[in-house]
Design a protein around this ligand. Structure first.
Ligand code: IPM
Ligand code: MG
Length: 376
């Protein structure tokens, strides 16, 4: 029987629809090549939909809940007050669907230019796992005497043992299939209460994984080590806020936001996982053909890995790397090819079975695929 997966597609705003269209072309090619099918429901969500209807995540939640996975473009628009879509849709989805682990590979692909002088792909191949439902992103806090010179703002950070434990356990399992090194990134010298809990959980869970070596780096020091000695890191686990910040730095190292990608994984099968590029909606270049679709296409690869289509995931990653490595620049007109041309080239390589998986021998996607989806 043909394998079939039911997915929701949320193209969103700005460049989201154009990069997601490329990812769907590549998905067509992968289905033909690897003999599976998808049932796709494309849903309107984002700024236009919000401005027309006032609807945010609540409205689509029931439509998404039974899907096998969600492919997400980007959200954000200058006409909508900052925070409304980010909190009302993206964070709401991550929290309500308990997408506990935000998995962000930081991998410099062969041929891709990096601003870090002398950095080579062998030295830059890590995965940052960002806790995705708690910390400072729970939206709890209060303001007193607002608008007066005595204004007081309190912003809380929520850290639960259960929330930390599930993401730490996932990170150990990921490390086990890789170079067997797990780094906790936090700020335990200052954020003592949260820091102690994170450290304790890493120590306790680590007893179940004696093969994995554990390391610790403060988040400020991480900003120094990440660009200079990325080879030190295999899997990095960190809290929501620190993860948000250091993964942008990671994206720079690996060639820019156009290349970086992520998986928002529900680890207990209670709701679908969501796959998205790290870049935003970039309204200034929307429709101009200057957006790099690689991040979105690699998020498709992560989704395929998660759905158990490991061979397709590897082929999509390899084909993307081949095309990316040949671009003179990774953004703007200087790329030499338009958004849709890049997508078509990648799709063609996948469709014709020409993807050279030796380009990504230690495929992260392969590792993700080897973690049983039911256990993710
Ligand atoms: C990210 C983004 C989001 C976040 C925003 C858009 C809500 O910065 O995915 O890193 O803060 O997590
Ligand atoms: Mg961010």
């Amino acid at each position: 029987m043909t394998r079939s997966h039911s997915i929701a597609v949320l193209p969103g705003d700005g460049i989201g629809p154009e990069v997601v269209a490329c990812a769907l072309d590549v998905l067509d090619a992968a289905e033909q090549r690897f003999g599976f099918t998808t049932e796709r429901s494309e849903l309107a969500a984002g700024a236009n939909h919000y401005l027309a209807t006032g609807e945010l995540f609540d409205a689509v939640e029931p439509l998404l809940r039974d899907e096998d996975a969600i492919l997400f473009g980007s959200m954000g628009d200058p006409r909508v007050t900052p925070g409304i879509l980010e909190r009302g849709f993206i964070l709401e989805m991550r929290q309500r669907f308990q997408q506990a682990a935000n998995v962000r590979p930081v991998r410099l692909y062969p041929g891709v230019p990096t601003p870090i002088a002398g950095l080579t792909p062998e030295r830059c191949e890590m995965v940052i796992v960002r806790e995705n439902t708690e910390g400072a992103y729970v939206g709890r806090g209060s303001t007193v005497h607002a608008g007066t010179p005595h204004a007081v703002a309190m912003q809380e950070s929520l850290n639960t043992r259960a929330g930390i434990e599930r993401v730490v356990d996932f990170s150990f399992r990921l490390a086990l299939g890789r170079r067997r090194r797990l780094t906790l990134c936090h700020k335990t010298n200052i954020l003592v209460a949260a820091g102690q809990l994170w450290q304790q959980v890493v120590a306790d869970v680590g007893e179940r994984y004696p093969e994995v070596e554990v390391d610790y780096v403060h988040v400020d020091a991480m900003c120094f080590h990440l660009p200079l000695t990325p080879e030190r890191f295999d899997v990095v686990v960190t809290d929501n806020l620190f993860g948000d910040i250091i993964t942008d730095l990671g994206a720079v190292i690996q060639g820019g936001l156009g290349v970086a990608t992520s998986a928002n994984l529900n680890l207990d099968g209670s709701a679908p996982s969501m796959f998205e590029a790290i870049h935003g909606s970039a309204p200034d270049i929307a429709g101009s053909g200057r957006a790099n679709p690689a991040g979105a296409i690699l998020s498709l690869a992560l989704m395929l890995g998660h759905l158990g289509e490991g061979d397709a995931a590897r082929a999509v990653e390899a084909a993307t790397v081949e095309v990316l490595g040949g671009l003179p620049a990774l953004a703007g007109e200087e790329m030499g090819l338009s958004t849709s041309q890049i997508g078509s080239r990648i799709a063609e390589i996948v469709r014709e079975g020409r993807a050279d998986t030796a380009l990504v021998p230690d495929s992260l996607l392969g590792v993700l695929a080897s973690l049983e989806p039911s256990r993710l």
